[in-house]
Design a binder for this molecule. Structure first.
Ligand SMILES: [Zn+2]
Length: 192
């Protein structure tokens, strides 16, 4: 992705935290979802609260984004109204926790090892004075796109392909005509 547009200033962040809210412009969404089979139908919105917890930065909020994708049955437009939560736990990139997160595990018997459970926020890293939300917003939106989008639950689909037309001699390559004539003659001879 190009230069991030959704930056959280975490330099002087404290436990009380701050708020960040911004529209997700169509141009940004189009760029962010480039290569995915979805199209924004209007601007979305990201709204978060972020605060410091020790060295970590906690981000919680909501993302909305109207999209359309080709229906898996009829290829017509299927509406996807993304409305999802964003929940991040960002640890300093230089920290030991970050090293574990990157390796996905520390020594199993290490008491400092972070136990992860589905209830945990996603563990990611930040570096410097800013957290770029762009990649996280993109990921959160894509997670909400169903693998088989449908324009409606009762979409009948394109339907069975029409039956193959009955082949008549007229459709046959004229170069084959002598062979057909021979075949017909042989069949006729066989009957005699
Ligand atoms: Zn459909």
């Amino acid at each position: 992705m190009t230069k991030p547009e959704h930056l959280l200033e975490v330099h002087d962040l404290d436990a009380a935290g701050k708020a960040y809210a911004s529209p997700l412009e169509i141009a940004w969404v189009t760029r962010a979802l480039d290569g995915c089979d979805v199209t924004p139908t209007g601007p979305g919105r990201v709204e978060v609260r972020f605060s410091r917890s020790g060295d970590d930065v906690v981000v919680r909020g909501r993302i909305t984004q109207p999209l359309t994708a080709p229906c898996a049955r009829c290829l017509g437009p299927a509406t996807i109204d993304v409305d999802t939560e964003l929940s991040l736990l960002l640890v300093p990139a230089a920290s030991q926790k970050a090293a574990y997160a990157r390796g996905r595990s520390g020594p199993p018997d290490d008491p400092r090892r972070e136990e992860t459970s589905p209830a945990d926020a996603d563990l990611d890293v930040y570096e410097g004075d800013h957290v770029a939300l762009d990649g996280f917003v993109r990921e959160a939106i894509l997670l909400e796109v169903p693998p088989f989008p449908l324009c409606s639950a009762s979409c009948p689909g394109i339907g069975a392909p029409p039956e193959a037309p009955v082949t008549t001699a007229g459709d046959i390559d004229p170069r084959l005509q002598p062979l057909l004539a021979l075949s017909a003659r042989l069949k006729k001879d066989g009957k005699d």
